[in-house]
Design a binder for this molecule. Structure first.
Ligand SMILES: [Zn+2]
Ligand SMILES: [Zn+2]
Length: 361
């Protein structure tokens, strides 16, 4: 198969022919249709993830069709169209049995713990636990009997469900308990930040977005964000003043989607008393927290690490209803040959391109 491979961290990735993967006993091999270009792939290439063994193939936001199944797989067959959470759970440990597969200690992650989906084929483990069927078309009779599902779900949109939308959705809904009518602050309008903003709008929150990039803020406005704040050249106090002007009644929930100490502080300091922060941005070193403020204002800080496959129906329902349109965030569709340069550009901090997906097939 053809795949994007890197032999060393920060060394130029290249597209080359490598051996086809074979399914594990309870796993499958999927022929990739489309895969997302995500900031965590860039973190991996930069060497920030100690689970990666070299040489490596990145990619964890994928949709595709099953190409081969292991002998122990029961629920899926060759030809099924599927996606997966980026954290694939084991399904057997205490966390998994409690419904918390996103923190399974035996988890596998395509594109991190093993080769990922910047490739024609990708192996996925514990398929019965982790695969999520992606509807392609449903006849009207069947549709009337079932929950509404999209007539056809764009492959790019489906690919984004695996990481960005799932992480943002779980963080906002299952961790912070965002409610309609609350004010939601999104700090950082890259792919996951825009996903959080779009989910906030769909849930009826009043969304305020902060970024230093005018084009990122224009994208936020285009998906229904009512207040956008350009923080370039402003110090922390000035940005907090602008946020307070936009939300006189205070911010109840904030999302930090960049992984920088300064924006993590900003996101926390903007919260009203009892506010809840969702921390999604990944850090390359350990930041210092404004703990006195967290204590005195009784703020809470929630991590979000994807979402178990068993919780996806709520998210898919929002997509099916048309309230959430992941495909609207996609700015560029590229082929596998263009993926190495796009990954390097993302890692170098290029934020001008919006969300990019790689159409493999
Ligand atoms: Zn487990
Ligand atoms: Zn991702």
């Amino acid at each position: 198969m053809r795949a994007v491979v890197y032999d060393q961290f920060t060394a130029e990735p290249e597209v080359r022919d490598v051996a086809d993967p074979v399914p594990s006993d309870a796993g499958v091999v999927v022929r990739v249709e489309t895969t997302g270009l995500c900031r965590s792939d860039a973190h991996g290439w930069l060497g920030h993830d100690d689970g990666i063994a070299l040489p490596h193939v990145p990619g964890h936001e994928l949709v595709g069709r099953i190409h081969a199944v292991g002998p122990a797989v029961q629920r899926f067959r060759v030809g099924d169209r599927v996606t997966v959470p980026f954290v694939c759970a084991c399904g057997r440990c205490a966390q998994c049995l409690a419904g918390n597969g996103q923190v399974c200690p035996n988890q596998t992650q395509p594109g991190f713990t093993h080769w990922g989906s910047y490739a024609e084929l990708v192996a996925l483990h514990d398929a019965d636990v982790n695969l999520i069927p992606v509807p392609e078309s449903l006849d009207a009779g069947a549709a009337a009997l079932l929950i509404p599902v999209p007539e056809s779900l764009d492959a790019g949109a489906a690919a984004l469900l695996g990481c960005r939308f799932a992480t943002a959705f779980r963080g906002l809904v299952h961790r912070a308990g965002l409610r309609s009518g609350e004010r939601l602050l999104v700090v950082g309008c890259g792919g996951v930040g825009l996903s959080a903003a779009m989910i906030g709008v769909a849930l009826g929150a009043e969304v305020i977005a902060v970024d230093i990039d005018a084009s990122a803020l224009a994208r936020a406005a285009s998906i229904g964000v009512t207040h956008t704040i350009d923080s370039s050249g402003l110090d922390e106090a000035a940005v907090l003043t602008r946020i307070a002007e936009a939300a006189p009644a205070g911010v109840q929930v904030s999302v930090e989607a960049l992984g920088r100490e300064s924006t993590m502080r900003l996101s926390l300091l903007a919260l009203a008393p009892m506010g809840r922060q969702v921390q999604i941005g990944l850090f390359s070193s350990e930041p210092t927290l404004p703990l006195p403020r967290i204590i005195s204002q009784e703020l809470s800080l929630h991590g979000s690490h994807g979402m178990p496959a068993s919780d996806y129906s709520e998210l898919l329902d929002l997509v099916a209803s048309g309230a959430l349109r992941p495909q609207d965030l996609i700015e560029h569709r590229i082929g596998l040959d263009e993926a190495p340069a796009a990954l390097v550009a993302l890692a170098s901090g290029d934020r001008s391109t919006g969300v990019t997906v790689i159409d493999v097939a």
